[in-house]
Design a protein around this ligand. Structure first.
Ligand code: HEM
Length: 111
């Protein structure tokens, strides 16, 4: 059986929502939104550096560290949504894996 795309069907979230719900520990990386509540204290790079990016887009910081494929796979556990397509940013940095396999579905999911 073909592997299903773990990202399809995610709620779409605006960048304003991510910023205004900082208490929910949301961070955006490559147009995907992660809830890092349960990951902070397990992050090999430390909790403080992740806390600095709560509510923000951490793509450039994430890529500048050169995270491994292991880290990119691990991230999937914490995805809670994707940024609405009209607010997508195309980052010059980034591995093909995260850009191609983790991109948001273009289908609008509106209640
Ligand atoms: C969901 C998001 C993230 C996950 C799952 C994650 C995961 C990891 C993992 C598994 C490592 C160990 C090295 C590796 O396997 O690459 C690591 C190291 C590190 N991460 Fe993250 N990370 C995330 C976000 C970030 C962000 C936003 C920053 C901001 C700068 C960051 C900074 C670092 C640093 C500085 C290290 C240590 C590198 C070293 O000591 O060589 N990480 N991270």
């Amino acid at each position: 059986m073909a592997a299903s795309n773990p990202i399809s069907g995610l709620p779409q979230i605006t960048r304003e929502f991510v910023r205004e719900h900082a208490d929910e520990n949301l961070v955006t990386i490559h147009n995907l939104v992660f809830d890092l509540t349960f990951f902070f204290r397990h992050h090999p790079g430390g909790e403080d550096i992740l806390q600095e990016y709560v509510g923000l887009d951490a793509t450039d910081a994430f890529e500048s560290v050169g995270h491994s494929e292991h880290a990119r796979t691990m991230m999937l556990k914490f995805v809670v949504g994707c940024i609405v397509p009209s607010q997508h940013i195309k980052h010059s940095s980034g591995s093909p894996f995260i850009v191609e396999e983790m991109k948001c579905p273009m289908r609008q999911i509106v209640a």
